[in-house]
Ligand binder design. Structure first.
Ligand code: MN
Length: 278
């Protein structure tokens, strides 16, 4: 199955650095939201991208290969970030196949998300590993109270420096006109689902959709790093055109340095929020 895609990431308006990272190179598309202090968070998300990027260039991949990427990332974090509380979410989609049929292999640890947009309907595929999601699942918290809950940023699973990674997986038959949205919580917390749906409906090119969604999240407050990857199944009918500039493979680790403007806003009181709010 051929794919076209676009991606965008932004530090946002209040964070000192961008600790998100993304990978957009068939057969793997993902976002990673680092946490645990600026240096460690950025490093953790970058390591995840590096390990999953080893699959880049393959026609398809498998759940075993994806799981090996999670394991290798965890092993590297245990060594390279030993003694820290650093970790990262990872959520994404890989192109897989069962016999002649193409499938989306969706994977997730944490509270970044994968959605499918098909036939005008937006479906959230992944289920957050978060305290508030568990409360909702148990019927102890109404969904309209999630955004204001004091523990809304607390996640229950992470790809970190200890323990074997426990990702969830989904296998979904790929539709010829499917569009997948992969995003960090900097998007899903800022934009309501109906606004996200408008962005996916109104922007034909996946790059335009990614750029639109990130800019809307910034306009809505930009309180966190925001990262978006949009992946389209390209039907054979689309193969007649020339190369689409949005098909350039992109591997975007967060910038190594931070500008001086971050220092003005990072006092001791912000440290907890930095670690709690990914
Ligand atoms: Mn975040």
């Amino acid at each position: 199955m051929r794919t076209t895609w676009g991606s965008a990431t932004d530090r946002g308006l209040t964070r000192a650095a961008n600790e998100d990272a993304l990978l957009a190179h068939p057969p793997v598309f993902l976002v990673a939201d680092g946490m645990g202090g600026v240096a460690g968070g950025a490093e953790a998300s970058r390591v995840a991208v590096e390990e999953f990027a080893r699959l880049a260039g393959q026609a398809t991949t498998t759940a075993d290969e994806i799981h090996a990427c999670f394991r290798r990332t965890g092993e590297r974090l245990a060594v390279e970030l030993a003694g820290t509380r650093a970790g990262t979410t990872v959520a994404g989609v890989a192109v897989a196949s069962v016999g002649p049929s193409a499938y989306w292999l969706v994977f997730n640890i944490g509270d970044s998300r994968v959605y499918r947009w098909a036939n005008g309907v937006l479906d959230q595929i992944t289920v957050d590993h978060s305290v508030v999601q568990e409360l909702v699942d148990r019927g102890e918290l109404a969904t309209d109270l999630v955004a204001s809950h004091p523990d809304r940023h607390v996640i229950t699973r992470v790809l970190g420096t200890s323990g074997a990674p426990e990702p969830d997986y989904w296998m979904i038959p790929a539709g010829a006109r499917d569009r997948l949205l992969i995003c960090t919580d900097g998007l899903s917390r800022e934009l309501r689902a109906d606004v996200v749906a408008v962005g996916l409906r109104e922007n034909a090119s996946p790059q335009d959709a990614a750029t639109w969604l990130v800019s809307r999240a910034i306009a809505a407050g930009g309180r966190d790093n925001v990262t978006v990857v949009v992946v389209d199944a390209a039907s054979d009918a689309d193969d007649t055109g020339g190369p689409d500039p949005s098909q350039r493979a992109s591997v975007v680790p967060p910038p190594a340095g931070t500008s001086g403007e971050g220092a003005a806003t990072s006092g001791p009181g912000d440290t907890n929020e930095e670690e709690a709010d990914r």
